[in-house]
Design a protein around this ligand. Sequence first.
Ligand code: IFM
Length: 450
Amino acid sequence: MTRTTFPAGFVWGAATSAYQIEGAARADGRGESIWDRFSHTPGKTQGGASGDIACDHYRRWRDDFALLANLGAGAYRFSIAWPRILPSGRGQVNQAGLDFYRRQVDDLLRRGITPYVTLYHWDLPVALEDAGGWPARATAEAFAAYADVVAQALGDRVKHWITINEPWCVSMLSYQVGAHAPGRQDWPAALAASHHTLLAHGMAEAEIRRSSPGAQVGIALNFTASVPASDSQADHEAARAFDGYFNRWFLDPVCGRGYPSDMVAGYMEAGHLPDGLSFVRPGDMDIIAAPTDFLGVNYYTREVVAAAARPGAWQPVYLDTPRTAMGWEIYPEGLFQLLRRLHRAYDLPKIYLTENGVSYLDAPGEDGRVRDGRRIDYLREHLDACLRAIAAGVPLAGYFQWSLLDNFEWGHGYAQRFGAVYVDYATQRRTPKDSFFWYRDVIARNGLGG
Ligand code: IFM
């Protein structure tokens, strides 16, 4: 392997999620999800945007798969909408929903593109939220039953599964920060949600293994490199606390280490765990720690943090450094450090970069071309970090660009554009950006080139 070439068999892909692209929110028996309700609640998303139509991928998926094929992608990561399969979250199965995804999987396989299926990318059926949502243990049980239905239907042809996407977002961003559906701000509920999200992962993994023999199963965690603002001990402690809040709280249990004791102590002291870890039942931690075949890593940026008033607490520090349209700092070195740390400190059989990418707002010029050179720079620098990590021994087996298409960026609505392909939402016209063709060359030569 030279410095610019990836190992043979490296998986190249692009990623999307159901609510962000599908639209057709009421088609063919789909039930309501928490994002339908949240996005239709005034003030929750930029411009009041919703995923009602999004990229209309529900109807245009064949054209989008042609784009994937044109890209030369060997793999496609997409998510299944739970409310399309079980409109009320549990019970009655909606065959039309299963058929929709079966057709997609068959088409991908026919094109030689390997499906990487995510079971949960945030569209919880509202019936389950109304019964308590992720803070309730019953939601994890319902998720396992849903995983069983999907694995039975698709497990003969789908051999790569991601249970949950970004448990930090599912729990903390949604139940503590309140920026994502269902928009609650309740620390104890969020911490219970974090546990049930991880439990759901472990329970679903068992169901998938039963119905999809030989399948590879993993979870996708979102990581943010946590960097102290100064060399002071207080800032180092703050950075460790942020790392615990964002990264270790989810990574450690999945890797069999349980919840980090420094974080449990901190949460107890802050009153966030009034009943301690009472939501943890005997056997839960073993279920959560069931060995996975790979870890999915989603990486975009870093957080620079300084000490806050309370010991061990942190506050973000804004540096005047290059930023993306999201305002996220461009920090590829953080990806290299993260991958190396994961390899050295955790015993991981395999890692996929299940998400990496960038939002810039470049639009078609007069000639119709989207000149998104900044995205090319971002991708090149992050892929170079991947190469360096591989050279350092990290078992990185694949890279999925987020995202194939511009799409519904949650609270930001359509005001952010992460796509390799520009989407004109008024006409639904797709225009591959310059970076699409650049990434296509990378895939074709399995490397960055000279
Ligand atoms: O669009 C999201 C995706 O749904 C989850 N990971 C981060 C992306 C960019 O914010």
